[in-house]
Design a protein around this ligand. Structure first.
Ligand SMILES: Nc1nc2c(ncn2[C@@H]2O[C@H](COP(=O)(O)OP(=O)(O)OP(=O)(O)O)[C@@H](O)[C@H]2O)c(=O)[nH]1
Length: 404
């Protein structure tokens, strides 16, 4: 009997002791890479923000970026993966190199452009009606009037001079002329390395993503974060699309999957400029390489858009020079997309274009049209809904896919 009591006592001590160890082990774990003053380091900054663990933490009062910025709002929160099971589940995104090749067949419907042109150009005697059909095909693919004229002139001249109907030779001519239009000499690199500011200090590369809602902007921010993680960059996301509450949740999910922190506001409709400011500030304090800022960019009117984006840019520039403004356009929207591009270009200095939904559209010619219109390169293309279906744009791979 006495022996039994001893056994129960020993068991009780083991169970209670084990529980206590587990509890403290869990509490002692710190969120990764949090900027000083956020998370459980506490105290240095007043005001409150929450980590997604739900525990109360101290994070910073964020200096009001501009006089007209809403200062009554609580500062944005940094969301962060916070314990071992989540960290273990981090995904390793696919490297950037080779994505365009993998996604090539997604351009199949744009390939209809190439096959129609090849069929017509390989005819022994190309009639005026054939040339008209070629022209119509180019226009329907959204290449634009000017580039279509140029291509027609070049093709007419070269086919006539060569006098060939050999499909291989015709294919080579078409490939060369399309490549000239897509312009392989444009600089398509993304400015994603830290920069030294006027103060001589290193700052993260800051990239603003702009575009109309529905073009795939938030998704593209998530995909681009993955692509940068695959390239071993430290990334932080700013959820400055505060119009659509779900956009910040969407970004948080993208971030969690690859261990990228997200700065967001706890309040729907918060000032986007304040969130952008805090994101860049947090990125700077954490020493990340790149801060990607999602914006809302409603197009109700140009003045409103200019106000919002102009303010975000000014406010962010106080923390770090803006390295890139990427305009996200939906390739399926044709002329409507071109009009959006014009408005955004008037409002903010766009440095690159991301064309989404290029999979399954026959409108691939918009690559040429939009580059011509804005004078800036297409830097990335979205070729599907998968998390790694965003590829750095490669003109040669694109043209090869069209005429293969
Ligand atoms: N097929 C295809 N779908 C895409 C691509 N990029 C985004 N999408 C889809 O487009 C839809 C809209 O994407 P969101 O990121 O929510 O678009 P958004 O409305 O610009 O984001 P907000 O500005 O936050 O409103 C989603 O269903 C995406 O999966 C792409 O390259 N191909």
């Amino acid at each position: 009997m006495l022996e039994d009591i001893w056994i129960y006592l020993v068991l009780a001590v083991v169970v209670i002791g084990g529980g206590a160890v587990a509890l403290f082990a869990g509490r002692g774990r710190k969120p990764r890479d949090l900027p000083p003053g956020s998370g459980d380091s506490g105290g240095a900054r007043s005001g409150t923000a929450t980590l997604d663990t739900g525990t109360d933490t101290a994070a910073g009062p964020v200096a009001p970026p501009e006089a007209d910025t809403d200062t009554t709002a609580p500062p944005p929160a940094v969301e962060q993966e916070s314990d071992a099971p989540q960290a273990a589940a981090l995904e390793r995104p696919e490297p950037a190199a080779g994505r365009m090749v993998r996604l090539r067949e997604r351009l199949a419907r744009s390939g209809a452009l190439g096959s129609t042109l090849l069929r017509l150009l390989s005819r022994g005697d190309i009639s005026e009606a054939d040339w008209e059909e070629i022209e119509e095909t180019l226009l329907l693919a959204d290449i634009g009037a000017g580039p279509t004229d140029e291509l027609m002139t070049a093709l007419r001249t070269r086919v006539k001079v060569l006098g060939t109907t050999d499909p291989e030779q015709v294919r080579d001519i078409l490939r060369e002329e399309l490549l000239t239009l897509v312009d392989p000499d444009m600089d398509r690199r993304l400015a994603a390395s830290p920069v030294v500011g006027d103060d001589g200090e290193p700052h993260p590369a800051t990239i603003l993503m702009v575009g109309v809602n529905g073009t795939g902007k938030t998704t593209t921010v998530g995909k681009l974060a993955r692509l940068l993680v695959a390239e071993d960059r430290d990334v932080l996301l700013g959820a400055a699309d505060t119009f659509r509450a779900a956009a910040a949740d969407q970004l948080a999910t993208w971030g969690e999957r690859v261990g990228v922190p997200v700065v967001r506001s706890d309040r729907d409709g918060a000032d986007p400029a304040a969130v952008a400011f805090d994101a860049v500030k947090a990125g700077r304090e954490a020493g990340v390489d790149v801060v990607l800022v999602d914006t809302a960019g409603r197009l109700q009117n140009k003045a409103g858009l200019m106000d919002e984006l102009g303010k975000i840019k000014r406010v962010v520039a106080r923390q770090a020079p803006v390295s890139e403004v990427l305009l996200v356009l939906d390739a399926t929207t044709g002329q409507n997309g071109m009009r959006q591009a014009q408005v955004f270009a008037e409002v903010v200095d766009v440095t690159g274009i991301v064309l989404t939904k290029l999979d399954g559209t026959a409108k691939g010619g918009i690559v040429v049209a939009v580059q011509r219109e804005l004078g800036v390169p297409v830097k990335f293309v979205g070729l599907g809904e998968g998390p790694d279906d965003l590829a750095p744009f490669d003109p040669k791979g694109f043209v090869d896919a069209l005429v293969s």
